[in-house]
Design a protein around this ligand. Sequence first.
Ligand SMILES: [Zn+2]
Length: 322
Amino acid sequence: MYGGIDLGGTKIQAAILDDDHSVLGSARRATPTSGGPADVAVELEAALRDAAMAAEVEPAALDGVGVGSPGTIDAGNVTSARNLPGWEGTFPLASTLQQALGCEVKVGNDVQVATHAEFRLGAGRLYRSLLGVFWGTGVGGGLILDGRPWTGQGAAGEIGHIVVEIDGARCTCGRRGCMEAYAGRGAMEEHVSKLVEKGRKTELFGLMRERERTRLTSGVWARALDHGDKLAAHVLDRAVRALGAGIASAVNVLDVEGVIIGGGLGVRLGHPYAKRIAEEMLPHLFVDFRPPRVHVAALGDLGGAIGAALLLEPEEQSAISR
Ligand SMILES: [Zn+2]
């Protein structure tokens, strides 16, 4: 039995898996918004303990726990995990959790482990090569090439920073014209705010307050579309065009068989949007008569935690937990 924890910018998702990858128990907690890495580690431990309780197992009895984390991962240490509070330096996440939980802990990149989960158990099962695109606050990417996870020198898959417009919109990374600067939920929210200042009308912020949110979450976007909100549709169209151009550019280089669209927005907006992204890719594909298949992530919200648990499988660990 293995544990898996997905450390996201807004939530921590934990799951306990048996040896056949069935989920025996799961739990979710909010990611701390203040403090530092040690406070985040305490919540990771608590989420795993909640999931273990649901699965009726002691954490120390597990064969190990995997963690999917943002940031740069090296030997269980996590450096500059953006979107997490006070995480500028390096924190020994694996050894801290190992001590707290009493079992082996391995750490991998969050997007890479989620892509691996889709490859092994989800929408990418039929393929040897795969591009995972995680469309949420930012846009992350993961790669499986010829059946193996590909992390490059440690930073492969940063598809959000493919340039879709030279000298274009400012990105959170400090550069210009990145795909994420058009398609990331954070960038879309900023863009909507600017348009509202210019007098455009939208229900987005009203729906946000109604749902007692402080950000335009995936659920808020989906609801606005249901209401026929024209500005929401316009900003999402712009995001989809950027995703189409960026993903097609990556496919022109890698020629993968499948593209999996996951992440908060990807999963929430689902198949109709995956289809639209596939359509927007077409004009940019060099080999347009044989486009890759585009799917929605099949493991949904639990994919990250399941992929993290897979870090403990002996044959995989050398490749994705460095
Ligand atoms: Zn960027």
